[in-house]
Design a protein around this ligand. Structure first.
Ligand code: BEZ
Length: 211
């Protein structure tokens, strides 16, 4: 079984377009988005990597480092980066792991043999500063990812870690949030001075505490 939510991420070393790295040391005190793509010089992946490069400041605002991976070697990634800059108008500004021996892909279960024996699927992993796995999503090769959704989940996780709340369907930064069921009404009055609305005893909404 691959890594599951809450699991500690094992450390590994990897060869990347920005040099060799030791993963835990590289992540440091940041959050991390590790994502795999099936192969270099492929159309959907080209658009995805351009978009991730454009979102550099959004990830930085969230204290988040981004790192890509495919089973192609680093030399091929570097050649492909020229095409990404030319066609997407943004230069790749994050490391990409070259994983031809599938060392990292196997650790994270990024190869799904019934989809392909050799190519990594489109996986996304959000890893917190304690190196715990907080989100996994897997997309089919033919569907480019929505990286705004990854930013949205980062916002939610970082909020939930700070306050006793969770975030409702389609929530985005600035919307009302849900008071954790573990918090009594009495404690909620203190913790959430902006007040809260009780729809059901288990469903109480409050303005986002840090806005
Ligand atoms: C793509 O990025 O377009 C792609 C990669 C592998 C399989 C199918 C599509």
């Amino acid at each position: 079984m691959g890594l599951q939510l809450g699991d500690a991420i094992p450390n590994f070393t990897a060869n990347t377009t920005q040099g060799e790295l030791s993963f835990h040391e590289w992540v440091g005190d940041s959050w991390c988005v590790l994502f795999s793509h099936p192969a270099d010089f492929t159309p959907v992946c080209t658009t995805e990597l351009g978009e991730v490069a454009r979102l550099k400041d959004e990830f930085a605002k969230r204290n988040t480092k981004v790192i890509g991976l495919s089973v192609d070697p680093v030399e091929k990634h570097l050649e492909w980066e020229r095409d990404i800059e030319e066609t997407q108008g943004s230069a790749v500004n994050f490391p990409m792991i070259g994983d031809p021996d599938h060392k990292v892909a196997d650790l994270f279960g990024m190869i799904h043999p019934n989809a392909s024996n050799t190519l990594t699927v489109r996986s996304v992993f959000i890893i917190d500063p304690a190196k715990k796995l907080r989100l996994t999503i897997t997309y089919p090769a033919s569907t480019g990812r929505n990286f705004q959704e990854i930013l949205r989940v980062l916002d939610s996780l970082q909020l939930v870690d700070r306050y006793s709340v969770s975030t409702p369907v389609n929530w985005k930064d600035g919307d009302d949030v849900i008071v954790a069921t573990s918090v009594s009404d009495e404690d909620a009055k203190v913790k959430f001075p902006k007040g809260f609305k009780t729809l059901k005893p288990y469903l109480r909404l409050t303005p986002q505490p840090n806005k």
